[in-house]
Design a protein around this ligand. Structure first.
Ligand code: MLT
Length: 267
């Protein structure tokens, strides 16, 4: 029988998280509309050397909540969780929306960050068209629910041909997206629409940073990764071949290796 995930009450919500291994904490934050299962490959590859912690952000996965949130409040939840379980300072990383949360985390709690991982994400805020797209998706989820959002997003989430070449991975990803509660999708779209532009503050990020991007990422493309690389003083960029936006699932081994090599040097 699967044992239940551990959880902590922080900031008025119950945050569930998976934890494996010992040593330097490596905290990985999932993207939208996903949950911590996207890190399964990194957990098994890294837990022999690191304490790998993968929370379900408020409202996602098993961290049930109906309260609205901002990306900054999600960062505060993660900080409070890590304080509660004695996992600070840490190497913190995020995929896409998880990366937006990481920017808030490092802005608000820089002393908690030993190293930063920015995976298939970007520093820039939504453009006016991007904000309109969020509004449309809010209407879509209200009218047709989470599966309609999954169907709309799926073609951009993974590399072309993934559906043909990796059907079980695509099925798993779709299942995670469809399971995301509609109200959480609405709250997350609002939070992402209203998020800060972090380009001006990239220079103030002191932590060593690893940027990872799939070479076929259609949501947060290589150009966005290059903006982060140019702005963050101590940053390196790894481009993952044969991957779209979901590099931790699409090319899990390469992503785990890049994270492991980076984290080993920060010991
Ligand atoms: C994500 O993958 O977390 C989202 O697609 C990011 C976004 O929509 O900006």
């Amino acid at each position: 029988m699967l044992s239940p995930m551990p959880s902590k009450n922080v900031n008025g919500a119950t945050i569930d998280y998976e934890e494996s291994g010992q040593g330097m904490p490596v905290v990985l934050l999932h993207g939208f509309p996903l949950d911590q299962r996207v890190w399964a490959q990194q957990r098994s590859a890294l837990a022999d050397r690191f304490r790998v912690i993968t929370p379900d952000l408020r409202g996602f996965g098993k961290s049930v909540s109906i309260e609205p949130f901002s990306l900054a409040s999600l960062a505060d939840d993660v900080y409070a969780l890590l304080q509660a379980i004695g996992a600070l300072p840490c190497i913190i990383g995020g995929l896409s929306m998880g990366g937006y949360v990481c920017f808030e985390f490092v802005r608000k709690h820089p002393a908690g960050v030993k190293g930063l991982l920015l995976i298939d994400t970007r520093a820039e805020a939504d453009s006016p068209e991007g904000k309109q797209g969020r509004e449309k998706m809010i209407e879509l989820v209200r009218e047709k629910g989470s599966p309609a959002v999954a169907s709309q997003m799926m073609p951009k989430m993974v590399a072309p041909h993934a559906e043909q070449n990796r059907p079980s991975m695509v099925r798993e990803l779709r299942g995670i997206m469809e399971a995301c509660p509609p109200l959480t999708i609405e709250h997350a779209l609002t939070a992402m629409r209203d998020r800060r532009d972090h380009r001006q503050s990239l220079a103030s990020i002191a932590a060593p940073t690893l940027i990872i991007v799939g070479d076929q990422d259609a949501i947060t493309p290589l150009a966005s990764a290059e903006v982060m690389k140019a702005g963050i003083p101590n940053a390196q960029l790894v481009v993952i071949p044969g991957s779209g936006h979901m590099s931790p699932m699409e090319q899990g081994e390469l992503v785990s290796r890049a994270i492991g090599d980076f984290a080993s040097k920060l010991h």
